[in-house]
Design a protein around this ligand. Structure first.
Ligand SMILES: O=C(O)CCC(=O)C(=O)O
Ligand SMILES: [Fe+2]
Length: 353
C-alpha cells in the first residue's frame, strides 16, 4: 500500500520534543504525517485547558442568541468579512452547507489608504456582540494562544522537513482567522455540514472539535477515495495543511480534502486558520524552497501521487499575490459584502472562472 493511503489519523505528541531520545521519533512521525497524510492530531500542545474550556462553554451561549443579536454583528456589514453568517449562506462543492458561524480574526485596525492594494482592506477590527461582553477576552486569549502554538508548530514542521527552524516565519501574516461553527442537528439523516474542500485560508488549520467525542462528523479523504473518520480526541487539536503551505512546499505537503457530515446531533467546532502574508507573490511562494523540495529526499513521496499539479486558486488564477486570491475567494463566497465594499472589482472577481 502506498504510504499516502492512510486509514487513520496519526497523533503527534509534542511533549516528545523535550527529550533528546524521543525528539527524533517526534520529527519522524511528523514528517510522515505532513508528507503522506496531511492531517494529524497534536497532543500535549501546552494550550491551557482553561482557555479551550472557556471558549467551548461560550459556544451554546453565542449560538443561542436571538436573530436580532446575531444581526447586530452580521458579516454582511464588515469589509473585513468578520461576523455572523447564517445557516445556508455558504456553498461548498455546489451545495449549501448546514452550518452557521461567527468569524473573528486577530484584532487589527483598518489602516487601508487610497493607493494601497485593495486586499489590505481584509485587515480590520472584529464585530463584538454588545450583549455578551465576556466573549471578547475569551476569543482574544484563545487567538493569542493558538497564534503561539501555530508558530511553534511551524518550527517543528520545518525541522521535520530538514529545514532551518525559522524557514516558514517570513510567510506568516499579521492576521489569523478564527471561526466558531455550529452544525445544527439534521432532520433528514446525514447531510452536508460542509462539503468536500481543501482549506484555502492559508498555511495550516488548527481545529478544536468542541462537542463530546461520541458526536462525529469530520472526515478526511485518502488517496483511495475512502473517507476516514477524524473523531474528537479530547485534549487534542486536529491540524491540517492549507493550500498556501502546499504551494510553498511545491506540492510535497498536500492539503488534504475533508468534509463534515451533519447528523442527528448538533455539533460545534472551532477552526483557527493561520494566515499567510497577503503581499506574498507567486514567484516567492513557489521559488523560495523550490530547490529543497525538488531534491531527491522528497522524490519517494511524490511518485504515487496522481495529481502532481497543485490544485490552487492562487497558482491557477490571474492574480499575482496571495492577498488578491484571498479577496477574490471571500468576495465570491459572500457576494453581499463584495457588492457593498468592493464594487470596483466585484464583477471581475465573480465572473472570473
Ligand atoms: O467543523 C469541522 O470539523 C471542520 C470545518 C472545516 O473543515 C472548515 O471550516 O474548513
Ligand atoms: Fe476545512
Amino acid at each position: 500500500m502506498p504510504p499516502s493511503d492512510f486509514t487513520s489519523i496519526p497523533i503527534i505528541d509534542l511533549s516528545k520534543a523535550q527529550n533528546g531520545n524521543t525528539r527524533e521519533e517526534l520529527l519522524e512521525d511528523l514528517r510522515h504525517a505532513i508528507i503522506n497524510v496531511g492531517f494529524l492530531y497534536i497532543s500535549n500542545h501546552s494550550v491551557p485547558s482553561a482557555v479551550t474550556k472557556s471558549l467551548v462553554d461560550a459556544l451554546p451561549v453565542l449560538f443561542g442568541f436571538s436573530e436580532h443579536e446575531k444581526e447586530e454583528v452580521a458579516l454582511g456589514k464588515s469589509p473585513h468579512f468578520l461576523g455572523y453568517s447564517a445557516t445556508g449562506a455558504e456553498m461548498t462543492a455546489g451545495h449549501a452547507d448546514l452550518r452557521e458561524q461567527f468569524e473573528f480574526a486577530t484584532e487589527l485596525e483598518s489602516g487601508w489608504r487610497e493607493g494601497q492594494p485593495l486586499f489590505e482592506k481584509l485587515r480590520g477590527p472584529n464585530q463584538w456582540p454588545s450583549t455578551y461582553p465576556a466573549l471578547r477576552p475569551i476569543v482574544q486569549t484563545y487567538i493569542s494562544e493558538l497564534t503561539q502554538l501555530s508558530e511553534k508548530f511551524l518550527a517543528f514542521a520545518a525541522e521535520a522537513l530538514s529545514l532551518p527552524l525559522e524557514t516558514f516565519t517570513p510567510f506568516i501574516s499579521d492576521q489569523h482567522r478564527l471561526k466558531l461553527v455550529h452544525y445544527p442537528a439534521s432532520q433528514c439523516g446525514a447531510t452536508q455540514g460542509v462539503g468536500p474542500h481543501k482549506d484555502s485560508s492559508g498555511w495550516w488549520t488548527f481545529l478544536l472539535q468542541a462537542s463530546p467525542p461520541h458526536i462525529k462528523g469530520l472526515q478526511a479523504l485518502n488517496k483511495h477515495g475512502d473517507w476516514i473518520d477524524v473523531p474528537n480526541i479530547p485534549g487534542t487539536f486536529v491540524v491540517n495543511i492549507g493550500q498556501g503551505f502546499e504551494v510553498v512546499t511545491n506540492g510535497v505537503c498536500k492539503a488534504t480534502t475533508h468534509r463534515v457530515l451533519s447528523g442527528a446531533d448538533e455539533r460545534y467546532s472551532v477552526p483557527f486558520f493561520q494566515g499567510m502574508r497577503r503581499d506574498l507573490t507567486k514567484e516567492i511562494a513557489v521559488g523560495t524552497l523550490k530547490e529543497h523540495f525538488g531534491s531527491a529526499a522528497f522524490v519517494g513521496s511524490h511518485e504515487s501521487d496522481v495529481g502532481r499539479d497543485i490544485d490552487s486558486a492562487f497558482l491557477k488564477g490571474k492574480y499575482d499575490t496571495w492577498g488578491d486570491t484571498q479577496l477574490r475567494t471571500k468576495i465570491r463566497s459572500h457576494q453581499d459584502v463584495g457588492k457593498r465594499f468592493y464594487g470596483e472589482v466585484f464583477e471581475k472577481y465573480v465572473s472570473d472562472a
